[in-house]
Structures are given as structure tokens and as C-alpha cells.
Design a protein around this ligand. Structure first.
Ligand code: ATP
Length: 337
């Protein structure tokens, strides 16, 4: 049985859980407020939201999953409409287990409950392809077991991430949003950092952080208010605060290399308690600025993508290039009439 809550020495309630990285027993009330306070602290310490700016307008990328549903719930609760906030669900067309359909239903339902404007954008309407189609390309490439002339198939999750980042940014830019907020948590970010370290991707590592404040035209700054909250804590928060979310896992995400790195970090956490928190915090304090300063400023000349008009350093942006390659590959696996 868990002891009394140790959050305040005079709390008389029984603990319902322990804080994962410190093992402090806490009652439900103090657990929920503790998480909310840490989210507020991240927002304040990293100036993620400008409360003085009446034009500040946040677009939350809402996936129906526990992280972004919890993010929207916490932001709504702690800021109580003091800042303009809307949500966007990107329909990527994953049909196994009705994944995308149900995700959209759950995302919309939360917005209706919280009275927050909700938008949906369907990628197939613009790209002519969705993630089911991209999966077919992947299946064909895996069956053939060799690199196509046009390069290696990077995995469904990689394309899904690229597509979502592109459309969320485009929607935010075209509709006057000043920030995009996502539900990336500490476990996601530690996983990304370690993966980037494995491939010694210094540029990607130098970009890690709760915000990507940018003055590049066409790129809306991204903020991650859950940056210092463990995934385990979000699971517990969504449970105790009864945050409606979809528990189904995407059928294409199983066995991705990132999932395996994440699993290893969770294992390490068992004998190095607080490992992810320490690593990510110390990286931010000690290493990030050193890396940032050593990156040569090669990508300086901004231009408009000749295809879609979004900002790029090349003639055609990497999203449009990837889109063309996928459209081309997909046309080859379609039955001919
Ligand atoms: N379909 C989507 N539409 C809008 N935003 C999305 C969508 N999918 C993901 N996002 C945003 O990107 C973040 C990271 O997405 P990822 O696919 O890594 O999911 P996750 O870590 O499981 O998060 P969640 O639990 O919110 O689904 C999400 O928290 C959310 O803010």
C-alpha cells in the first residue's frame, strides 16, 4: 500500500502514485497540480507564449493521442482562455484499426467539450496520397529488398512526420497563427536526442529544445510545453484527469527503430532513475549552445519553393521533392486500366 502524500508535509491524503523520476508518493490532487505547475514553468522559463502580445495565437497540433489531448487540456485549464488557442487535426489516412478515423473523432470531441475552435485537414486532398498509399510503397520496397534508384524507403513514420510537420506549419502560416504547440514529451525528446547522437547529426542536436524560435519567413515557431514531462507521467495524468484520448497504437508504428531506442531508454531509466530528465536538462544547459556555435551557417539564402511557395533553402522544398518521388513510385504500383 502507498503511504501518505509527501508533496506537502501537512497533506493528509493517501498517495495514489509516485512521481516516476523522484519516487515521491503523491495524492491525485497534488500529482495533477504538480504536472500543471511544471508545464507552466517550462512555458515561463523558455518564454514559449507571449502573454503581452494581443496578436499571440496558438495552433495546437491535436492527434487524438494522449500527449496532445493532455496538452490541450492543461493549456485550457491553466490559461483559461487568456491566450487565443485553436486546434488542427491532420487526417493522414491510416485505415487499419480505424486509426485515423477514430483519432479525428476523439480530437474533435475534446475541442467541443472545451469550446476550442477545431480544424481538420486531409492530406490526400492536397498530395493525392495518404499514409496507407505510402505503406504500399514501403511494402513493395521491403519485398524487393533492395534500394530503388530513387533512394531508400525511409519508413512510414518518417514520411508521416514530414507530412504532418509540413501541413501543420502551412496551415498555421496561412491562417495567422504565431506559434504551433505540439505534445512532444520528455521521453520522445530524449529518444530523438540519442538517435541524433548515434548518427552524430550535430545540426539536428543543436535544434533540440522546448522551442524552435525562428525568424525565417514562412516557418511558424514551434513550442513543446510538455518538454520536461515523462511519457509515463502523461499516461498517469490522462488517467487521473480523465482526458479523453485514443489508446490504439498505429499499425505502421510497430517495430520502428525509434520505438526500439525508446524502449532501451525506458530500460536504462530503471537503474538510472531520472536519466532522461538529467540528460535532456544538461544537454540544454551545457552542450546545446556549444553545438549551435560550431554549426556553419550554410543555410542562409532563403527562397520560396517554386512548387508550393513555402520557405526553402533550395529551389524546390524537401517536402515537394519527397511528394513527387512518392507520387511517382505509387503510380507504378497502381493496376493499369
Ligand atoms: N494527425 C495529427 N494532427 C495534428 N497534430 C498531430 C498529429 N499527429 C501528431 N501531431 C502532433 O505532433 C505531436 C507528436 O506526434 P507523434 O506522432 O510523435 O505522437 P505521440 O508522441 O504519440 O503524441 P500524441 O499522444 O499526441 O499522439 C503530437 O503530440 C501532436 O501535437
Amino acid at each position: 500500500m502507498l503511504p501518505r502524500c509527501k508533496f506537502y508535509h501537512d497533506c493528509k491524503s493517501n498517495a495514489v502514485t509516485v512521481v516516476p523520476y523522484s519516487k515521491m508518493p503523491v495524492c491525485k490532487h497534488h500529482f495533477l497540480t504538480y504536472i500543471q505547475d511544471r508545464v507552466q514553468k517550462t512555458i515561463k522559463d523558455h518564454a514559449l507564449i507571449d502573454f503581452e502580445n494581443p496578436q499571440e495565437k496558438i495552433l495546437v497540433g491535436l492527434s487524438g493521442g494522449k500527449d496532445s489531448q493532455t496538452l490541450l487540456t492543461i493549456l485550457d485549464q491553466v490559461f483559461q482562455k487568456k491566450v487565443q488557442m485553436e486546434a488542427l487535426y491532420v487526417e493522414v489516412g491510416i485505415t487499419p484499426k480505424n486509426y485515423s478515423r477514430d483519432s479525428g473523432i476523439v480530437a474533435r470531441s475534446l475541442c467541443e467539450k472545451l469550446n476550442i475552435p477545431f480544424h481538420t485537414l486531409t492530406i490526400k486532398d492536397d498530395m493525392g496520397l495518404d499514409i496507407d498509399d505510402i505503406h504500399q510503397i514501403g511494402e513493395r520496397s521491403r519485398k524487393r529488398g533492395r534500394r530503388s534508384k530513387k533512394g531508400r524507403f525511409r519508413g512510414e513514420c518518417s514520411y508521416c512526420g514530414l507530412v504532418k510537420r509540413y501541413y501543420i506549419n502551412k496551415f498555421a502560416y496561412e491562417n495567422g497563427f504565431t506559434k504551433v504547440a505540439t505534445g512532444h514529451n520528455l521521453t520522445d525528446e530524449a529518444t530523438q536526442l540519442v538517435s541524433n547522437f548515434f548518427s552524430v547529426d550535430m545540426e539536428m542536436m543543436s535544434r533540440a529544445g522546448p522551442t524552435t524560435i525562428t525568424d525565417v519567413k514562412g516557418l511558424v515557431p514551434r513550442i513543446k510545453p510538455l518538454y520536461y514531462i515523462y511519457e509515463q507521467e502523461l499516461i498517469m495524468y490522462s488517467y487521473y484527469a480523465k482526458v479523453e484520448h485514443l489508446g490504439t497504437q498505429c499499425a505502421y508504428a510497430v517495430d520502428s527503430p525509434m520505438m526500439n531506442v525508446k524502449g532501451s531508454l525506458i530500460e536504462i531509466e530503471k537503474f538510472r532513475r531520472g536519466n532522461m530528465m538529467n540528460m535532456v536538462k544538461k544537454f540544454q544547459q551545457k552542450l546545446k549552445h556549444i553545438l549551435f556555435e560550431t554549426i556553419p551557417e550554410v543555410k542562409k539564402v532563403e527562397a520560396e519553393c517554386t512548387e508550393c511557395g513555402m520557405t526553402t533553402y533550395l529551389k524546390i522544398c524537401s517536402f515537394c521533392k519527397t511528394k513527387h518521388r512518392l507520387q511517382d513510385q505509387f503510380s507504378k504500383i497502381q493496376p493499369r486500366n
